[in-house]
Design a protein around this ligand. Structure first.
Ligand SMILES: [Zn+2]
Ligand SMILES: [Zn+2]
Length: 263
């Protein structure tokens, strides 16, 4: 009993249960995908139309399919999240609980560290899931959206959702990270994920001619991946695709075409 009282509330309270984590994941997804939907598909649909990478809009049946799989995904996130907290309870993670144990510099360095780690993890698991033997079981559901909407952000088969969620234990077992830094990383991942699936290109046409464009990934890169099933496995940065020579051969041309259309 004494031990239970000494444990941080996240490990003992309702927020750390399967249901609690699933609900937080759902809130995160619904808020950001809903906001992107409101901006890109309702309020600014006309004003932004020239920047819609694929000019057509997804059908209602596609949106329903994306929503359905995403609801299942948040349950898987709840299961893996609660499992990760169980690991923490056993003392097998490097989570720390007192903010002043490491200071603000460390706090933000671990947010950045989690992002870099996730970028690498995503690239290689994504490439692996495109292997013909694995694709059908893991990744086909996500690729049913050839013209995704923001609701496709969590549209995964349960097996792929488990692969995606495995980044939770990977991060907290490798990095001495505070739960709030982890939460900041989770906001980053959903925002980037939603922007990548909303289907609009926001970057200026000169981006790919600059060092920044060699470094950053773009919505065009990921939408082209959905269109063609070929190349463009990167997430936040374009580094792994460049390093491994896996950018789609038409990536730069597609980006130029989208960003130089007349308004
Ligand atoms: Zn893919
Ligand atoms: Zn996608």
């Amino acid at each position: 009993m004494v031990l239970a009282e000494a444990l941080p509330p996240l490990l003992t309270g309702p927020r750390g249960t399967v249901g609690g984590i699933a609900l937080q994941s759902l809130g995160n997804y619904a808020f950001w995908a809903g906001l992107a939907w409101l901006l890109g598909y309702v309020l600014f649909r006309r004003r932004w139309a020239a920047r819609k990478i694929i000019p057509a809009y997804p059908a209602a049946a596609d949106i329903r399919r994306e929503l359905g799989w995403s609801l299942l995904t948040v349950v898987v996130y709840g299961l893996v999240g609660a499992g990760t907290l169980w690991l923490a309870k056993q003392g097998w993670t490097r989570l720390y609980w007192k903010l002043d144990a490491h200071g603000p510099l460390w706090f933000w360095a671990t947010v950045a560290g989690a992002i870099v780690l996730h970028d690498t993890y995503f690239y290689w698991t994504h490439r692996l899931m495109h292997h013909p033997r694995l694709f059908r079981w893991f990744h086909r559901v996500h690729h049913e959206s050839v013209n995704p909407s923001p609701w496709a952000a969590y549209c995964f088969s349960p097996l792929e959702a488990a692969v995606q969620a495995a980044i939770f234990p990977v991060v907290v077992c490798l990095l001495p990270i505070h739960p709030l830094a982890f939460a900041a990383f989770m906001v980053w991942q959903i925002v980037f994920n939603v922007v990548g699936h909303t289907g609009y290109e926001f970057y200026p046409s000169w981006l790919l001619d600059s060092w920044l464009g060699r470094f950053l990934n773009t919505p065009t890169n990921h939408i082209q991946h959905h269109e063609s099933f070929r190349g463009n496995f990167s997430l936040y940065f374009n580094l792994w695709d460049r390093l491994m020579g896996t950018n789609h051969p038409e990536y730069a041309a597609r980006f130029r075409e989208v960003t130089t259309r007349p308004r």
